[in-house]
Structures are given as C-alpha cells and as structure tokens.
Write a protein of this length. Structure first.
Length: 543
C-alpha cells in the first residue's frame, strides 16, 4: 500500500495549497490503486486526472492542471491524498485500477480502431502521429501529406506571446515525439527528411515566438538531435548535407541552433572537407563577413582540432582575439608562442589592457623566475588602469623591501587621477586603497580633499573613530538621517547601527548629556516611524 501522511502532503504542498485542497475533497472521484500509485479525478474548472506515488525520498505527483504543470504540488493532489488517507484509515478498500491490457485483448479490431480514433479526436498529438504514419505507409519517403501535417502542427498564424510559448512548445515536442518513433521503427530516411523539413519550418517562424523562457528552444533542440541521429541511419549525401548545414548556420535564425560539432561524425571526411571549402572560400586568413562567419570558422577549427587554423582565424578578425589565441596555444602545449602573443596583445592594446593577457604573462614569467618582468607587467597594468584591483596586484607582486618606494609612486598616480575627478560624490580609488591599507590618517585626508561616496565615507569614519571620534560622529549623523528620511524601511537597520555608534562615541568622549540628547531627539523627530523606533530598541537605544 502506498505510504504517506497528511504531514507529507502539507510539507510538499505548502499551507496555501493544502488548505485549498481540503475544500476540494468532496470533488474527488474514481480513486484507484495501480501498484504504488494512487489515481483519481478531481473536478474544478475542468476535470483533472491526478496521480500520487510515494518515492524513495519524497512524494511524487502528476496532475494536468496548469499549476501542477508549472512544477507545483496543487490542491487537486492534496484532495486526492486526503481522500485516500481517509478511506484507508477507516478500512475502506481502494479498488485496483482496471487492467487495460487484458481488456484490450478481448476487443475486436473494429472496436480497437474506434477507440483509437476516438482518442485521436481529443489528443492532437496522437492524431498527428497516426496521420504521419499513415501518410508514410501510403506514399513512401517523407511524402507531401506528412510534410503538410508537420506544417499544420508548427504553423503560426499570429505572434505567440510569452504566456502561450509553452503551449506552442508542446506542439514542437509532439513533432519530436513522432520523429523519435519513426527513427525507433527503423524509418531513418523518412525521419531525416521530415526532421529537416520541421527544422526549416521552425527557422521560418522563429521571429513569431516570444521564447524568453526557452521552452520552444528546448523542444526545437530535440528535433535537431533527432535529425543528427536520423542522418547516421539514412546516410544522406555528405556534400549536400554540408551545404544545407552551412546555409542554415549562415542564413537561419538560430532556432533551432545547428552546431557543426553535432554533425561532424555524420558528415564524415567528405562532408567536412566540403564544409571547409565553402566556409573558407576566401582563404583561412580572410576575415569573412561579420561575426557569424568568424564564429563558424573558429568553431570549425575547434571541431577539427587545428590549432594553427584557429590562430589564423582569431588573428584575422577586425579586433584580434589575443586572449583566445593565448588560451589555444597554451592548451596545445605551445607556451612560448602563447607568451609572445600575450606580449603582442599587451603592446598593441590601445585602451584598457585585457586582464587575461596580463595574468597569463605574469604567471609565465613568474614560473620562469623572471621577477623583474613580473613587476614591470604589474606596474604597466596599474599605470594604464589605476584602479584598486591593479594596485592590490602590484602590492602583492612587489617584494616587501621595495614596496615603500613603489607605493609612493603608485599613490602619486592615484592622487593625480583623484585631482582630475569631476564628481566628488562618486567612489575615489585613492580613498579605496588607503582604506584597504587601514591607513586612517591618509584616508581621511584623501576623502576630505577629493571627496568620495557614502560607502567609502563610512569606511573612512570607522578607521577615524579610534583617534578622532568627533570626526566620525560628523560623518555618521548626516548619513543616518539621510537613510531615515528616505522612508525606505530596508535602510532602517543600517541607520539604527549608525545611531548606536554615534551614541557610543559620545559616551567615549564623556559627553553623556549630548548622548542622551541625541537619542531623545532622534526618537522624537521620527516618532511616527514605528519600524525605525523598533530598530532603535533592537540596538539598545530605547526610549
């Protein structure tokens, strides 16, 4: 007997669905047992078929209502579970599910045909599968009637909004199911031709679907997968297949996405060579026409594992992909060439350097024991991009005895950059690095001279508390008041923490009257903001 409890139902469903399910108990009908599975129907907006099966770890379920199809344990599942538990606890025997296989064997051919046709009338997916098979048996390989049925299943008459994309994806899955069945029955030629036709239809209609959630894309990928497997059975002309694939990649919408890697085996040597000829018509060093061509060429080189070809492709692009070249050469065990390309990329980069090139070059020089080159690289990276991250990297790579002199030069660069800032309320790199170093005095001077954002001011004040608590108070009070004035309750805990620190600093200074006055004034001014007052109570600033 299936084993689960009311507590299991509550845990899986949640309180809301569970209590709704209680109200649906009277709508449960036809409860049966099929092994460990409890089945039944529950009437609601429609009559839903429900199943419950205790698994090894958790209760499994199935219901054809929209809420359950989204992956939720719905009220109909709760209702069926409660009715089953009620009956079994009172010794009411739950009847077994009818043995359909035995029943069907007793029917004659005409009766079976009638049942199948009746089911096909209510299940479009089943009708599609039957009609496609009937068309193939009558007309041979991928007949016009079978293609017409695929057209009918995948046709879009109007734009499919986001909310209807899942429904359209089910139609695509239905076509994929039929193609899978054809392939499983050995009809590889028919499956290949129909899958190719379905891919074309999907590609044509791709712009008419809002597939933000990826439902249609996932279903379309199944059809592409079936086509690849069908090609392995049907063995279409490799050169023709290569041309079809490349045209789809160049001119198609990407729905479904045709990947050379998936087709490489079925294309074979002949197909791959034809693909190469058409793809590199202008020669391997030709930049091609745009991003798509560059991507296809780089993917071809990856699939055939031709390192030199991939380097030529990357280097022929409008913007040379130095990091890609370095990665490819390094993976091929050609470290010296990779380092040369990294150096070239660093020299020829007109603006901000690629961190990947810097890190590769640093690692290579470090492993070779060339510390001077490492420090030079770090300084060049910092000077080109004077930021906190490049400053930290410079500090980490510089030997301790030489750091004071390098630090002075680096801070001079940051001070010049800070002096050129036009927005004192924005973050300041000079302040950031001085706070990182816990240099309270220099950080305060830099913030006062060049300005910084509130986050940095609070960090500077935290450092300043020890030696100059009054300065810290001057930073904290206006910022906590600003947080409270915004009436954003999520900021109240931060504001209360700042208020606590202000109170403590007044007490450290021995100014108890001001501490009391500050707390009382804060509570009085914001007396109507109950959540803020509750936060003040939490940090010990009660009334």
């Amino acid at each position: 007997m299936p084993s689960f409890t009311r507590e299991d139902l509550l845990e899986v469903a949640g309180a809301t669905s569970y209590h709704r399910g209680v109200d649906y108990v009277s709508r449960v009908d036809g409860v049966t047992l099929d092994g460990d599975t409890v089945r039944g129907t529950v009437s609601g907006t429609y009559t839903y078929r429900v199943e419950l099966t205790p698994g090894r770890r958790e209760l499994e379920w199935d219901c054809d209502c929209p809420w359950a199809e989204e992956g939720n344990f719905c009220k109909h599942c709760v209702a069926l579970g409660l009715v089953y538990l009620f009956d079994t606890e009172r010794g009411v025997e739950v009847p077994p599910a009818p043995d359909l296989r035995t029943y069907l064997t007793t029917l004659g051919a005409d009766e079976l045909v009638g049942l199948v046709l009746e089911a096909a009338d209510s299940l479009p997916g089943l009708r599609l599968r039957l009609e496609v098979r009937a068309g193939i048996s009558e007309e041979g390989s991928a007949p016009a009637s079978a293609r017409a049925l695929v057209d009918e299943a995948l046709r879009i008459d109007d734009f499919v909004e986001y909310g209807r994309a899942r429904e359209y994806a089910q139609a695509v899955h239905g076509v994929a199911d039929e193609l899978e069945a054809l392939l499983g029955e050995g009809s590889g030629v028919e499956a290949e031709a129909l899958a190719r036709h379905a891919i074309g239809v999907l590609d044509e209609h791709a712009g008419l679907v809002d597939d933000s959630a990826g439902h249609v894309g996932g279903a379309a990928a199944r059809i592409m997968d079936v086509h690849v497997r069908a090609c392995a059975v049907a063995e279409p002309d490799p050169a023709e297949l290569a041309g079809w694939l490349l045209r789809l990649q160049r001119e198609g919408s990407g729905m479904p996405e045709p990947l050379l890697e998936s087709y490489a085996d079925v294309l074979g040597e002949e197909g791959m060579e034809r693909y190469r000829e058409e793809l590199f018509e202008g020669g391997p060093g030709d930049a091609g026409s745009g991003w798509t061509e560059h991507f296809l060429r780089s993917e071809f080189a990856r699939v055939v594992k031709d390192t030199d070809l991939l380097v030529r492709v990357y280097s022929s692009a409008e913007n040379v992909h130095y990091a890609g070249i370095v990665q490819v050469l390094d993976a091929a065990g050609r470290a010296e060439e990779a380092l040369e390309w990294a150096g070239r990329g660093l020299r020829e980069s007109g603006g901000r350097q690629d961190d990947r090139l810097v890190e590769y070059a640093v690692r290579a020089h470090r492993e070779a024991g060339r510390e001077e080159e490492v420090q030079a690289l770090r300084w060049e990276a910092f000077e080109r991009s004077p930021e906190a991250r490049t400053y930290r990297a410079l500090r980490e790579e510089t030997p301790a005895p030489g750091w004071p002199a390098v630090r002075a030069q680096a801070l001079a660069v940051l001070r010049r950059a800070a002096a050129r800032r036009r927005s004192p309320g924005f973050p300041c790199t000079l302040v950031e690095v001085l706070v990182d170093e816990a240099n309270a005095e220099e950080a305060w001077e830099a913030a006062a001279e060049h300005g910084c954002d509130d986050r940095q001011w609070l960090r500077v004040a935290a450092l300043r508390e020890t030696s100059h608590p009054e300065d810290a108070i001057g930073v904290y009070i206006p910022r906590l008041e600003a947080k409270v004035r915004l009436s954003n309750t999520s900021l109240y805990p931060e504001a209360a923490e700042l208020a606590r620190r202000v109170r403590e600093l007044y007490e450290r200074l021995g100014r108890m009257d001001e501490a009391e006055s500050f707390t009382k004034g804060l509570r009085t001014e914001h007396r109507r903001k109950r959540r803020f007052l509750a936060e003040l109570d939490r940090v010990g600033l009660g009334g």
